[in-house]
Design a binder for this molecule. Structure first.
Ligand SMILES: Nc1ncnc2c1ncn2[C@@H]1O[C@H](COP(=O)(O)OP(=O)(O)OP(=O)(O)O)[C@@H](O)[C@H]1O
Ligand SMILES: [Mg+2]
Length: 347
């Protein structure tokens, strides 16, 4: 794989009167062809500014941005237009023209393409098939649901056959089910067209759902980045951990303990454990193994385990009962298998 977008020590400073406001600092990112690359951060972190630098809508104050190994900083307007045709973009609010039909909205970026009417019509019909809206070409945006509007926006973004699609909070205005269907469509476009996709989001569940790589942006700086499995299984930064916690239900157990819930009430000798799988954990049936081998009982009271890149990711909350030495052996065994153990409570 080779890289398609790269930034080099990129900084962006907005000046408002005399006050300078640094929005991006020393951003070094490399996005490879064919990747779905997630950029996550809280509101105001600089995510939109960052992607706007990718397609030249914003110009970095310092540093450089390369598209296919060519710097786009300082290009003439006409050259920049050519580059922008290779980079499609979609937004949270869809940005469709309300007075135009679906067909005309999608046709808009083809204005100076030189395609004939027939070619234009053929391409738009193909795109409407691709985004699963074959019968909506004569509808107006107001007649569509949010998910359908985003599908039209995706078709419009793809009409010039770009190499990259930038998605700025593309699912933030949609309900969870529609979000899934749009994410599934993006994944399909990535797999079938080889489209490189940059996904801007504040939701870690979006990253987990479709991204291969992720970068965490905080106050204009890249805090942490890597492939999604590695970052999820072994986050280095507090902020990354808190984003990941929002995708798991296991944190609720601490509240149950605080509230003295009967679900987490322990008998003498019992242990309440959180066990978490990591990148090195094996996917053997560990729980049934320790029960058999060490004669302990493992009562699973909550679980959130997913398979990501062929490895288990997530964890379980279990109550272990048995002889103390057996429990010790069992927990040592789990640790040997690279399962992280946190003792939440003792009986
Ligand atoms: N054109 C501009 N002029 C001045 N300041 C700006 C401009 N654009 C963005 N900013 C500032 O830059 C910071 C980052 O904004 P940006 O929109 O990139 O954040 P974001 O991470 O996309 O946030 P959100 O999740 O709310 O969309 C904010 O403090 C914002 O006020
Ligand atoms: Mg934004």
């Amino acid at each position: 794989m080779s890289e398609i977008i790269r930034t080099e020590n990129m900084a962006k400073v907005f000046t408002d009167g005399k006050k300078a406001h640094t929005v991006l600092r020393d951003v070094n990112l490399s996005i490879e062809k064919g990747d779905i690359f997630g950029i996550i951060g809280y509101s105001g972190a600089g995510k939109s500014t960052l992607v706007r630098c990718f397609n030249g809508i914003e110009k970095p104050t310092r540093g450089n941005v390369f598209f296919e190994d060519r710097s786009i900083v300082g290009l003439k307007a006409s050259e920049l237009r050519t580059i922008r045709r290779k980079i499609g973009m979609i937004f949270q609010q869809f940005n469709l023209m309300p007075s135009r039909t679906v067909f005309d909205n999608i046709a808009l970026p083809l204005k100076h393409s030189g395609l004939t009417k027939k070619e234009t019509s053929k391409r738009i019909k193909e795109l409407l098939q691709l985004v699963s809206l074959p019968d909506k070409e004569d509808s107006y945006p107001a007649q569509l649901s949010g998910g359908q509007k985003q599908r039209v926006a995706i078709a419009r973004a793809l009409v010039n056959q770009p190499k990259v699609l930038l998605c700025d909070e593309a699912t933030s205005a949609l309900d969870p089910k529609t979000t899934k269907s749009i994410l599934y469509l993006l994944k399909k476009l990535n797999e079938e067209l080889g489209l490189t996709i940059v996904v801007i989001t504040h939701e870690m569940s979006v990253v987990r759902e479709i991204c291969h790589k992720v970068a965490v942006l905080d106050k204009g700086k890249i805090l942490e980045e890597g492939d999604v499995y590695t970052v999820f299984s072994n986050p280095q930064e507090k902020l990354t951990q808190s984003f990941i916690e929002t995708t798991s239900t296991l944190g609720n157990v601490k509240e149950l303990i605080k509230a003295n819930s009967p679900v987490v009430k322990l008998q003498p000798g019992q242990l309440l454990l959180k066990i978490s799988y990591s990148a090195d954990s094996v996917s053997e049936p560990l729980i049934s193994y320790i029960s058999r081998q060490y004669n302990v009982d493992a009562d699973i009271i909550a679980g959130d385990v997913q398979i990501l890149s062929d490895h288990p990711l997530g964890g379980l909350i279990i109550i272990l009962s048995g002889q103390k030495t057996d429990i010790d052996h069992a927990t040592h065994y789990l640790e040997k298998k690279h399962v992280a153990i946190e003792v939440l409570n003792h009986g």
